[in-house]
Structures are given as C-alpha cells and as structure tokens.
Design a protein around this ligand. Sequence first.
Ligand code: PLP
Length: 376
Amino acid sequence: MGVPLLDLHAQWRQIADEVKAALEPVYDSQYFIMGPQVATLETEIAEYCGAVHGVGCASGSDALVLALMALEVGPGDEVILPTHTFFATAGAVSRVGATPVFADIDPETFNITAAEIDRLATSRTKAAIPVHLYGQVADMDPILDVCKARGIRVVEDAAQSIGAKQNGRRVGQTGGDIATFSFFPSKNLGAMGDGGMCVTNDDELADRMRILRNHGAKPKYYHKLIGLNSRLDTMQAAILSVKLKYLEAWHEGRRANAADYDKRFAGNPHIVTPKIKEHNWSIYNQYSILITNGQRDNVMAGLKERGIGNEIYYPVPLHLQECYSELGGREGDLPVSEKAAKEIFSIPIYPELTNEQREEVANAVIELVGSTAAAS
Ligand SMILES: Cc1ncc(COP(=O)(O)O)c(C=O)c1O
C-alpha cells in the first residue's frame, strides 16, 4: 500500500473550505503585505504560547536571524548551539557575523544540555540556542541557570515545537529571551509556503524585531536600524489562523500515533523509540527512532521499496559540514551526535495516519530490522 512521510492532502481535505473562506477577505482587500490578518495571528500565537508579543516574519530561519539581531549578536561573538539540528540554527548565527560553537546532545532526548553549554562557554559567548528538537523541549531550567550565571542570552529554536510543554508551560513561557517558530509546511502548524514567528515577553526586544523585519524603519523611510525584508505574508497569516484552531487536535493525533508506535516497538532489542522526559509534553513533529544493529540504511531502503516514507533528521552533524570546515570540527569531537546521525531516522507520524497505516509502517520496520540483521 505505502505510507507517505507526510500527507498534507489529508489535512487539506479537513480545512479546505475554511481556508478558502479566510482568504476571500485578503483577495478583496488586496492588502498582501502586513494586512490586518498578520497582527491577528501574532496576537493569537502569543496568547497560545502564553507570551506577551508575537512578531511574524518570513521563515523560521529569519526568526532566528531577527532574534539574534535584536539581541545585538554580531562579529566577535560566539553562540552555542547543538550540532544535531537543522542547518538554519547555525546559518542564522553565521548570517549575523557571529561564530557558531557546536555542542553535543543528550543521548536520550537529542537536545542540547546545560553541561555542554557550561563546557563550551567563553568570555565571548553572547548567546545560546537550545533547539527543541522533534517536538520536545530541551531541559530549560538548568540551561537558564548556566546562562544566567554566565550572562548568556537565550534564543529557543522551537521551529519544531510550537505548543510543546515543559512543566505544564508551553514554549514561550519556558524562560528564553526569545523563542522562534517555523511555519514550514511540514511543521505541526504549517503555512502554505514559508513563514515564521518570534515570541517574547520583552517589550524592547519585540519592538526591535518589528523594526528589523521591515528594513529597520520606524516610521517608514526613517531607518533606525539596518534591518531586512522579512515579513509574514497576509495570506499565510490568514491560513495559519484557521489552522491554529486545529493545532491541539493535531498534536493529540501525533501523540496517539507515537504511543501506538511505542507499544508496537517495545521490547525490540534493535529499535530505540523516542524518550520523552516526564516533565515534557512532546508535540512529535518527528517520530525519530534509532536502529542500533548497524542496519539503519538497509531498513530505510527496505521501507522505501515498500513505498513507506522516511528520512534522516539529520545525517551530517553541523560541526562536520563542509561549510564549517574552517572551524576545525573533527570526527570524534561530539560523539553522541555523531552516533545519532548514523543510527537515527524518522517514520510517518502525521495526525491523520490510520491504524492500518501505523500497523503497516511498524510491521515493516520490525520485519526489516530482523531480516537485515540476519542477512548481514
Ligand atoms: C530546528 C529548526 N530550526 C530552524 C528551521 C528553519 O525554519 P524555516 O524552514 O521556516 O526557515 C527549521 C525548519 O526547517 C528547523 O527544523
């Protein structure tokens, strides 16, 4: 039968009429840039997260850039971030002229740890970016303690974790100076194109990000800062406001799928399922498993043959990427991340998965892990 890694058609069938209706006023107004739907969404997202301000922008990548710019991170500064993340986390640091410093991860949650930030901090460390990977919040209390003690600002990269909770609090109330979200279509709250948002409780930072995303101008044509063009489209905002109403139900769908996979894989000696810490509430943007018998690539190939979508998030740790070779990262520097990159991959977890589809995916993984192990 086959199961795609993500089936946006299934979601579209649910919301098509509402989205089309929400776009009508945008067509009618022809107000495509910073129309009123943008401010509405900013308020809705801030409220949802329990934060004071939401600042929409063009992507999750730009949200990180705007956050770092607002915090005046620039040349000569170091920023600590996990090596096991999407490139954009590091790319944003480089784009503001600062130097990324790559940290290893916790082997169970795949998130950066306070101990790593403490180990890597220097007098030049201006900020740290804990990434809340796959839908699970990094352990913020110890991270905030270390950062506070060392005067390090904190940007939470929550591109994959809008709505995720720690100790009952959603990202946005988890203590960082700014949290950033991505509305890339594969995210739990995905636009129909690119989009992103920063949330913060700090009035001054919010104001700076609002100015920075619009060429640094306030008022128009009077440039206080050197900013960029990074606004959230009115159309995307209108679409996202519709989708936001479904977000909790979609999170619950993913969580139920994850619980089902957890059960199906339980006891298999070669499959490690995601570990969600007790104080965390994951939104499972990804369901990432480890194949520990050296057969990950064969399992993936076997799934592909059966039409079952899967992908490695992420195959090459950032300290080993060609573009960062000048920073001198070597194989062996960050062993937990390097091992994860060799063993990890993700399987379909989108909320509309049926019981039959989950069964097909799980049975295929279990069969392939067994048969590839036997064949090797
Ligand atoms: C961890 C992480 N950071 C940043 C980004 C960048 O977001 P975007 O694709 O919206 O620019 C993504 C999304 O792909 C991500 O997963």
